[in-house]
Design a protein around this ligand. Structure first.
Ligand code: HC1
Ligand code: SF4
Length: 561
């Protein structure tokens, strides 16, 4: 086979696309800002320089491997060059690190430390650009941008949206929405994926930590929480667990210490969604209208359809997302039962997602001005709260979710990974179906299957990453494909790859988290959402029958372009 020598070590290579991948395979790391294995190569940050015996200095990310190369990654010359590059970046960077939202996760800060930068020999820039605070989900501070372009390529290549781009040249260069607009004025769907790849504090998730602390410390408020499916298999990553390891019990215990009166499971609401969505689907199949039905639990996807494919709005399931079903029940059924007024009840969602922050603010998800979900914290925000409160996560005793919204079947768990929502809907319409719908599992860009319902064949397609959704919708518009049910999650991998999850949010983590959710499904006796006793009980006591009048009022919604 082909091989090269890296820092004196012989390494074979085969399918690696560039020297950087071979170097990492050899067990050495190289600093990078603009390289992500899932995005195109930009080769601009000049951090991954290496020295080849004959070729001299080259960028490892953009050079294909070649048999016989002899490469060094840490010569004196390279160290000097990298330091210089880094100092130039730092000179142009707003260095208010102690108060920066990305402080704990900043790659610029990390590299400045590991390369031993003690001073910045170049002048500090004087211009201050305005901070874009318009989005409900992310904050953009161009003063901290190092122009690596990761966000630009993420938004364009993976999400197919392309609302942020480079503007101007030379020292005036910035990354900005077109015409210097702010994010709220362009077609941003607030998926947050740009912030998830940003190596600095230029794009960060908007924190609601202070709002939640305030509510927790307010004696007049009763504060309850719901925890999304995907959070439990990623939360532990901050406390020494591996991606996919279940952190549920300790997370519930930690949240009790933070001051939440009760902690509930969004997976319960996901079961409820699967019940409602499957009844709606059966009705549409009978009447032959608004097909294919689109899943509607991902708010970035819903927004995407509203903005870009308004002609398909009626294809979206009218079901509210599990987050908002839970919110509606909390502020009605729960509030009434506990004798708390909806204003004094403070509902917090713990979500892997940034678009959920925006969803919770949609005017239709409030009654008489009182929001159903009062605050949305990302997985990372709760990690920070647990650390701030000085809770030793590792030592906690596991606790169960509270009832009545704490029990879920396997269907509720798998909502958090791509393919899971459709599998749950299939289980709900056809209880005789196999436990597994293998064709819809895994992280392939596009998945499809057909299942028999009576003597009818139902065709289902599943995509994740909005660029893949866009491709599918275009094919659908051209009538090249035909489906009855289409599941879309805006983030790759589904919610487990949401922008609020711990970093790194890469393919390996996503695969492991997804497996973690299927493990939860495997270990639980009930897998059909129709059989969830807590859901059944709720229909009997409060909602009437699935898809009935009261269920419609509380659990369904409308969309607007
Ligand atoms: Fe999701 Fe959902 S699965 S959207 O991916 O339908 O965020 O985890 O909470 O609402 O249940 C996210 C996850 C989440 C909703 C559910
Ligand atoms: Fe693009 Fe999503 Fe970032 Fe908006 S939040 S700019 S849609 S990547």
């Amino acid at each position: 086979g082909k091989s090269m020598i890296i820092n004196g070590k012989r390494v074979e290579f085969d399918k690696e696309k560039n020297i950087l991948e071979v170097i990492r395979k050899a067990g050495f790391d190289l600093p990078t800002f603009c390289y992500h294995s899932e995005l195109s190569i930009y080769g601009a940050c000049r951090m991954c320089l290496v020295e080849e015996e004959k070729q001299g200095i080259m960028a490892a990310c953009s050079t294909p491997p070649r048999d016989g190369y002899v490469i060094k990654t840490n010569t004196e010359k390279l160290r000097r060059q990298r330091k210089m590059t880094l100092e130039l970046l730092l000179a142009n960077h707003d260095r208010e690190c102690t108060t920066c939202e990305k402080n704990g996760d900043c790659r610029l800060r990390e590299l400045a430390y590991s390369m031993g930068i003690k001073e910045v020999r170049f002048g500090k820039r004087d211009r201050r650009l305005p901070i874009d605070n318009s989005s409900d989900a992310i904050i953009r501070d161009p003063n901290k941008c190092i122009l690596c372009g990761d966000c630009v390529r993420m938004c364009e290549e993976v999400q197919g949206i392309g609302v942020i781009a480079f503007a101007y040249r030379g020292s005036k260069a910035v990354v900005t929405p077109a015409f210097n607009k702010n994010l709220k004025e362009v077609d941003c769907v607030e998926c947050g994926q740009c912030a998830a790849v940003c190596p600095t504090g230029a794009l960060v998730v908007k924190s609601e930590i202070d709002t939640v602390w305030k509510a927790l410390n307010d004696p007049a408020k009763r504060v309850i929480a719901q925890v999304a499916p995907a959070v439990r298999v990623a939360f532990g990553e901050a406390f020494g667990l591996k991606p996919g390891d279940r952190a549920t019990g300790k997370l519930v215990a930690a949240m009790k210490y933070l001051g939440f009166s009760e902690v509930y499971d969004t997976c319960f609401a996901a079961d409820l969604t699967a019940v409602e969505e499957s009844r709606e689907f059966i009705k549409r199949l009978e009447n032959g209208e608004n097909l294919p039905q689109f899943t509607s639990c991902c708010p970035a996807w819903v927004r995407y359809v509203e903005l870009n494919f308004p002609g398909y709005i009626n294809n979206l399931s009218s079901c509210r997302s599990p987050q908002q079903m839970f919110g509606a029940l909390a502020k009605s059924y729960y509030a009434e039962n506990k004798g708390v007024s909806p204003e004094d009840l403070f509902v917090v969602s713990i979500m892997p997602c940034t678009a959920k922050k925006t969803e919770a603010r949609r005017p239709e998800f409030a009654t008489d001005g009182v929001r159903h979900v009062d605050a949305v914290l990302s997985t990372q925000e709760v990690i920070r709260m647990v650390k701030e409160a000085g809770i030793v996560f590792e030592d906690l005793e596991e606790e169960p979710f509270d009832m009545p919204f704490g029990f879920a079947t396997g269907s509720g768990f798998i909502f958090g990974t791509t393919g899971g929502v459709s599998e749950a809907v299939i289980r709900a319409i056809d209880p005789l179906n196999n436990r597994k719908v293998e064709d819809l599992r895994g992280l392939a860009d596009f998945k499809e299957t057909a299942v028999k319902l009576g003597n009818r064949e139902i065709r289902i397609a599943v995509v994740h990453g909005l660029k893949n959704a866009k491709d599918l919708l275009e094919k659908l518009s051209r009538k090249e494909v035909q489906y009855d049910l289409i599941e879309v999650m805006a983030c790759r991998g589904g919610c487990i790859g949401g922008a609020g999850q711990p970093y790194p949010n890469d393919t390996d983590s996503r695969e492991a988290r997804s497996r973690g959710l299927y493990r939860e499904d495997k270990y639980i006796q009930l897998i059909n959402p129709m059989e969830n006793p807590a859901v059944k009980n709720l229909y009997e006591k409060w909602l009437g029958h699935p898809s009935g009048t009261k269920a419609h009022k509380l659990l369904h919604t409308e969309y607007h372009p």
